[in-house]
Design a protein around this ligand. Structure first.
Ligand SMILES: Cc1cc2nc3c(=O)[nH]c(=O)nc-3n(C[C@H](O)[C@H](O)[C@H](O)COP(=O)(O)OP(=O)(O)OC[C@H]3O[C@@H](n4cnc5c(N)ncnc54)[C@H](O)[C@@H]3O)c2cc1C
Length: 401
């Protein structure tokens, strides 16, 4: 049996190795468009590769995917986060789980993941070919013919793992097969906010915050990072993922409400304020901050809310008290655009999931074609979830039915 894996990224390698595990006699080839395999793995997680997330309950794990939750909940029954752990550790890659459940190689270097894949590919005699971008697929006899600019490849089975694409046109050679594509939109981006005084706080991190889109239920929880163009950090990226389609429809112009105290409610905060006023007493409000903020951030917030810096804590009541409470848990920012690093971190959209069998990753339209990774309409929030989807779908696709 000849198997062609199209796309030499995370999902492609995992799928190819899974083919060799389940069908040792298969002849497996990975075709890669660029000059390098696994380029995204290399730059992932700031060069450290956040391999997966130590969430070992499949239902909770699936909840981390704005698109693909139901599909993956079932797929995780075949290969989940624990399986990822075991897969890498049994192949000599030691992994470490951090307090936020993110899992990285102990070596803190994505290269160890790449080396592992290349070593395993060599051991199992997988053919690796670069600079072959697939442009057309044709059903031919019992299998397929695959066309690149310079060559034609033949195979009995195809696993397509070419990743996301920012434009629908990037999927034309797959659409030509009669397979439906959900329009791609960016996910995981930061928010542009035109506020010079905010920009000056670049680098400030408010560890325990949350953000929501005004008028919506969508919420991002976790650290917020101030950048020189607006706000970023896990809570913002999460919100961008959950709101990917909605925010695109709004042309990235919307308001967000930030709770600088995480999930604290107005009632909780109000009752805590009695103690703050007692503790601050005669101190000027600018000189005593009972919250985990830097002094610069605290002054920024007081300025923004129009609270006199010299006001004493014991004088804090009425209008100013209300303004402060509201500003701490419902701070409004006008977002006027998005910023992505390099390319979009991930794209939402891709092969429509209703056309893929979740048990096998096989196309329901064309038997013998399988999909894995970001090419599918699946994407997760940050924290190792996107690679987990690539490993899970790659592993299942490699079983070939
Ligand atoms: C900067 C950055 C950091 C990230 N960090 C993390 C992280 O730490 N943890 C995490 O879980 N996720 C992370 N992600 C997301 C993660 O990298 C992707 O979800 C994952 O790489 C998807 O794997 P894939 O194999 O489906 O696609 P890709 O990794 O994109 O691989 C697809 C491959 O197919 C090739 N290809 C494309 N078209 C063709 C064609 N026509 N013919 C042949 N080959 C083709 C491409 O050149 C590429 O090599 C990060 C993403 C970025 C951009």
């Amino acid at each position: 049996m000849k198997v062609l894996v199209i796309g030499g990224g995370a999902a492609g390698f995992f799928a190819a190795l899974s083919v060799k595990q389940h069908h040792p006699d298969a002849e497996v080839t990975i075709l890669e468009k660029s000059t390098k395999f696994l380029a995204k793995v290399k730059i992932s997680g700031g060069g450290r590769c956040n391999v997966c997330n130590a969430t070992f309950n499949n239902r909770i794990l699936a909840e981390k995917y704005p698109r693909g939750e139901k599909f993956l909940r079932q797929a995780f029954e075949q290969f989940n986060a624990k399986d990822t752990f075991d897969w890498f550790e049994s192949r000599g890659v030691a992994l470490k789980t951090y307090p936020d459940n993110c899992v990285f190689p102990v070596a803190n270097d994505s290269q160890v993941i790449i080396d592992c894949f290349l070593r395993e590919a060599k051991k199992t005699a997988i053919n690796l070919i670069t600079q072959q971008g697939v442009e057309k697929i044709e059903e031919w006899r019992e299998g397929f013919r695959v066309y690149t600019k310079t060559d034609i490849f033949e195979a009995d089975k195809l696993i397509i793992t070419t990743g996301g694409h920012p434009k629908k046109s990037g999927f034309h050679w797959i659409e030509n097969l009669g397979i439906s594509i959900v329009d791609p939109v960016p996910s995981l981006f930061s928010f542009n906010i035109e506020d010079e005084s905010l920009h000056q706080l670049m680098g400030n991190v408010i560890e325990n915050a949350s953000a929501k889109i005004e008028g919506q239920k969508l919420k991002g929880i976790g650290p917020i990072l101030v950048t020189h163009w607006g706000l970023s950090g896990p809570a913002i990226l999460q919100l961008s993922a959950w709101g990917a389609r909605l925010l695109e429809a709004k042309n990235y112009n919307f308001n967000i409400l930030v709770n600088w105290l995480g999930q604290q409610s107005e009632i909780e905060l109000q009752s805590n304020f009695k103690q703050f006023i007692l503790r601050g007493e005669n101190k000027q409000i600018q000189n005593f901050c009972p919250f985990p903020f830097t002094n610069r951030f605290w002054i920024y917030l007081l300025h923004k809310l129009g609270i006199p810096l010299t006001l004493k804590w014991k004088e804090l009541q009425g209008k100013y008290l209300n303004k402060l409470i509201n500003g701490l848990i419902n701070d409004v920012f006008v977002v006027t655009g998005k910023t992505t690093f390099k390319e979009e971190f991930v794209t939402a959209g891709g092969i429509q999931l209703s056309e893929i069998d979740y048990k096998t990753m096989e196309s329901k339209q064309i038997k013998g074609i399988y999909f894995a990774g970001e090419i599918m309409d699946i994407d997760g929030i940050t924290g190792g979830f996107n690679f987990q989807a690539a490993w899970t779908t790659g592993f299942i696709a490699g079983k070939l039915g």
